[in-house]
Design a binder for this molecule. Structure first.
Ligand SMILES: NC(=O)C1=CN([C@@H]2O[C@H](COP(=O)(O)OP(=O)(O)OC[C@H]3O[C@@H](n4cnc5c(N)ncnc54)[C@H](O)[C@@H]3O)[C@@H](O)[C@H]2O)C=CC1
Ligand SMILES: O=C(O)[C@@H]1CCC=N1
Length: 264
C-alpha cells in the first residue's frame, strides 16, 4: 500500500507515527505533505518516507490519500488534487472535521472512493478509536481503511450522520479524558503525593478502569457497585461529585462541543 497524508499537522503527524511504528500491515511508501516542511526534515532519512509541499505529486505516488488539513483548508486542497485523483486507483480518506462526503464528492466526483474517518491522536501509540463511513464507491474500499486504522487501534463503521458525535466522543474525547486525569492528579497532590507519583497513580487507575470494562464487557455501574462499600468513603466521594454536577457537566460539555462543529 502506498499512502499519502496531505496536511501533516497535529493529527497527520500522529497518523504518520502510528503507521510507521505498527507492524500489522506492510506499506510501501508514506508520502507526507504540509505547507512548511522544515519540521519534518529528519523524516527524509527514512527510506520509505517522502516529504514534500507538493500535494499533486503525493497523490500520484499513492493509492490511499489521507487528507488531514483544517476544515477551512479542505476546499483548496481538493481543487488542487482533483485532476490527479484517479477513480480506478485512489481511495481518499478525509479526517477533516465537519466536512461531509457530499462536499468532497462535489469537487472530486461521485466515482471516487471516498471514506470519512475520525481517528484521535492516540493513533500515534496504536490506541486510536477511529470511526469510518463511506460513499457508495468507498464501500468497496473500506477494508483498506480498516487495515490501516485497525493497525493503530480500533475501528467502528458508522452512519455518516453520527460522524459529528464521533468527533466529540473520540477525537475531542482525548482532551476531555486528559482533563479528568489532570484533575485527579491535582487531587492526589492535595492528598499528599508529589506530582510525578500523583500522575502515575491517576493514569494507571484510569487504565485499570477502562481495562475492567474492556475485559468484562460490564456496565460501569456493575464495577462501581464492587467498589462502593456500604457507608464507605467511595460512595461518599461519588455522591459529592454528583451533587457538584460531575455527570451533568460532562454531558453538557459534550453537547456544547457537538453544537460547535456545525459552526466550523
Ligand atoms: N488534532 C486532533 O486531535 C484532531 C483533528 N482532526 C481534524 O484533522 C484536521 C487537522 O487537524 P490538526 O492536525 O489539529 O491541524 P493542524 O493545523 O495541526 O494541521 C494541518 C496541517 O495541514 C497543513 N496544510 C495546510 N494547508 C495545506 C495544503 N494546502 N497542503 C498541504 N498541507 C497543508 C498545515 O501545514 C498543517 O501542518 C482538522 O480538520 C481537524 O478538525 C480530527 C480528529 C482529531
Ligand atoms: O477541536 C477540533 O475542532 C478538532 C476536532 C476534534 C479534535 N480536534
Amino acid at each position: 500500500m502506498k499512502i499519502a497524508i496531505l496536511g501533516t499537522g497535529n493529527l497527520g503527524y500522529s497518523i504518520a507515527i502510528g503507521i510507521l511504528t505498527q507492524d500489522n500491515f506492510k506499506f510501501k511508501n508514506l508520502y507526507l505533505t504540509k505547507r512548511n516542511i522544515e519540521s519534518l526534515d529528519s523524516w527524509n532519512k527514512l527510506p520509505n518516507v517522502k516529504i514534500s509541499t507538493d500535494n499533486k505529486k503525493a497523490v500520484r505516488f499513492s493509492d490511499v490519500v489521507i487528507i488531514a488539513v483544517q476544515p477551512k483548508q479542505l476546499q483548496e486542497v481538493l481543487e488542487e488534487i482533483k485532476d490527479v485523483v484517479n477513480p480506478k486507483r485512489h481511495t481518499v480518506i478525509s479526517v477533516v472535521t465537519g466536512r461531509k462526503i457530499q462536499d468532497i464528492e462535489g469537487v472530486l466526483g461521485t466515482d471516487i472512493s471516498i471514506i470519512r474517518g475520525m481517528p484521535n491522536t492516540a493513533i500515534s501509540v496504536g490506541q486510536s478509536m477511529t470511526c469510518l463511513s463511506s460513499n457508495q464507491k468507498g464501500k468497496l474500499h473500506v477494508e483498506s481503511a480498516k487495515t490501516i486504522f485497525n493497525s493503530v487501534g480500533k475501528t467502528m463503521c458508522i452512519e455518516e450522520k453520527l460522524m459529528q458525535s464521533a468527533t466529540v466522543i473520540c477525537a475531542s474525547g482525548i482532551a476531555f479524558w486528559m482533563r479528568l486525569i489532570r484533575a485527579t492528579t491535582q487531587g492526589a497532590v492535595q492528598l499528599g503525593f508529589d506530582a510525578e507519583e500523583a500522575q502515575e497513580l491517576a493514569v494507571q487507575t484510569c487504565l485499570g478502569a477502562a481495562s475492567l470494562l474492556v475485559k468484562s464487557g460490564n456496565h460501569p455501574e456493575q464495577e462501581i457497585d464492587k467498589v462502593t462499600t456500604p457507608s464507605g468513603c467511595t460512595i461518599e466521594g461519588l455522591n459529592e461529585m454528583e451533587h457538584q454536577g460531575l455527570s451533568s457537566s460532562l454531558i453538557k460539555g459534550l453537547v456544547t462541543s457537538f453544537e460547535k462543529i456545525n459552526q466550523i
